[in-house]
Write a protein that binds this ligand. Structure first.
Ligand SMILES: CCCCCCCC/C=C\CCCCCCCC(=O)O[C@H]1CC[C@@]2(C)C(=CC[C@H]3[C@@H]4CC[C@H]([C@H](C)CCCC(C)C)[C@@]4(C)CC[C@@H]32)C1
Length: 473
């Protein structure tokens, strides 16, 4: 873990959660705290006291459980360069358990057990700090206080002599305060770290598919200001046993504003290796045949279709195969993400009398992304198309065919590649549940060497359900 300033140079992606977003997530903090209370296991406690005439009274608190937990409200505050202050008030809970006791001398000993119930009203204050631990955001909530406003003890049947009840009231209320305070704060720390891991794992799953993944371990502790929490991640794409590295990232906090709820800053140094991995994994290979192929070439072009192409399209056994024959390059500017690709294309028929067509095209496009109606939209504007060499079987083709092919790549090739990429990327993100999020007015802003994705959102209920299932496992 590095200090934030030097971490910026090795950061491939940044996440900024502003105060309004934290406020939305805070709506359900009470459910997370509730999980902590209910998840807590309360140890049995033994005690003893010597009393005149009675002898030694030994007692133990067992099977302590929490019932009828309800949490009033939760307020929070982002404290600059410190942490997150959470104030949970009006926590009312009923603790139930059994007190077992024995008293008297060796001659005559009495042993009993009596069930008890304690009604309580508690306020909880947690001063959480976020730090960088083993590549993950870790939460330290040990600075945690419970204030008991009310602790009302009920002993079962209340048949015990007054002196015993008085003794136990003191012992049980003192012990419950001690045990609950210790356990709840410990449990909240556990739940807070389960939450941090859960978020990181969800993001890692989001950025992985098959053999391709992205290491988003944190490069430094998150920065907290009064208006946002910001975390810095490596963003190293990996494929099989190859992992990318960041040469010189360009993150600066001033590159993000604070008027949206959630920001993702994605460096080209993350996206380009990801494209390289996708290329190595054969994601840019496409076979097109049958009516799909014929429909493609119904596109109106200003150049006449050469005989080599029309003969191939007449045959029902023709297949168009295209693939990226070199590692695509990627560079983002405010105009969009410029992608350079070298596309190989083969049109072959199963009919041996029909000669095949093959060519290489050097293509450069500027892509702008957007996200609407739960779908990724890519707009690609051709910048430069060069047909490097075109052959009919082994015979090199002339300028007329090359001019046609140049227009075909521009008006058929690029749109068809984009028409595949959009649903493929949308499906990939939906496999990780993106479509379940209530994303409000997302914007994708291309900048110099990075892309900013900013949005508002509604509470991710599905995530909370997943998370609570995990804590209550
Ligand atoms: C006889 C003639 C036959 C013709 C047949 C010829 C066939 C081949 C010919 C030419 C080949 C054409 C080559 C075209 C190359 C196109 C390359 C091309 O399109 O490259 C793009 C690939 C995706 C991407 C990396 C990109 C840019 C932006 C990235 C996007 C920015 C934000 C997007 C987030 C997922 C948004 C999430 C929003 C949500 C609210 C959380 C993100 C990161 C998705 C990936 C894109 C560049």
């Amino acid at each position: 873990c590095l200090d934030p300033a030097s971490a910026y140079r090795f950061t491939g992606t940044v996440c900024r959660l502003t105060y309004p977003a934290a406020a939305v997530l805070n709506e359900k903090t009470t459910e997370v705290i509730q999980a902590a209370f209910q998840h807590a296991k309360y140890p049995s406690i033994q005690g003893g006291k010597s009393l005149p005439l009675i002898g030694k009274v030994e007692y133990g608190l067992h099977n302590l459980e929490i019932h009828n937990l309800s949490i009033g409200k939760s307020d929070f505050e982002l404290r600059e360069n410190d942490g997150i202050g959470i104030d949970i008030s009006n926590v009312s809970a009923t603790f139930k358990g059994t007190v077992k006791y024995g008293y008297g001398s060796w001659l005559l000993r009495v042993g009993q057990s009596v069930d008890f119930e304690i009604e309580s009203q508690i306020d909880l204050v947690i001063n959480s700090k976020l730090y960088c631990g083993k590549g993950r955001v870790a939460a330290d909530t040990s600075d945690c206080y419970l204030t008991f406003h009310k602790l009302k003890l009920f002993l079962q049947g209340d048949r015990e002599p007054g002196w015993l009840k008085r003794l136990f009231t003191e012992f049980i209320t003192f012990t419950v305060k001690l045990v609950v305070k210790g356990q709840i704060c410990k449990e909240i720390n556990t739940v807070a770290n389960i939450l941090a891991d859960f978020i990181q794992e969800t993001a890692e799953n989001f950025l992985s598919d098959g053999d391709i993944g992205v290491d988003i371990s944190v490069t430094s502790a998150p920065v907290i200001t009064s208006s946002y929490i910001e975390s810095y991640h490596k963003g190293l794409a990996h494929y099989h046993d190859t992992k990318a590295h960041i040469n010189e990232s360009v993150f600066n906090p001033a590159q993000l504003t604070q008027d949206r709820m959630l920001y993702f800053w994605i460096s080209d140094e993350l996206m380009e290796p990801l494209m390289t991995a996708a290329n190595a994994d054969g994601r840019f290979v496409r076979n097109i045949s049958g009516s799909e192929l014929k429909d493609l070439f119904k596109t109106e072009l200003s150049n006449p279709m050469p005989e080599v192409v029309s003969k191939l399209l007449v045959s029902d056994g023709t297949v168009l195969r295209t693939w990226s024959s070199s590692v695509p390059s990627l560079r983002t500017t405010p105009e969009g993400t410029t992608v350079g690709a070298n596309a190989a294309v083969e049109l072959t028929s199963t009919d041996p009398d029909i000669p095949s067509l093959s060519f290489d095209a050097d293509v450069k496009v500027i892509v702008r992304a957007s996200y609407a109606e739960k779908k990724l939209i890519l707009k690609a504007k051709p910048v430069q198309i060069s047909i490097l060499k075109a052959f009919q079987d082994a015979v090199q083709l002339g300028d007329t065919e090359v001019t046609y092919l140049t227009e075909a790549v521009e008006k058929i090739g690029i749109p068809v590649v984009i028409s595949y990429l959009e649903p493929a990327l949308t499906d990939l993100m939906d496999e990780q549940g993106l479509n379940l999020f209530d994303i409000i007015n997302p914007e994708v802003l291309p900048r110099d060497g990075y892309v900013v994705i900013q949005m508002d959102f509604g509470f991710p209920h599905h995530l909370l359900v997943e998370f609570l299932k995990r804590t209550l496992e």
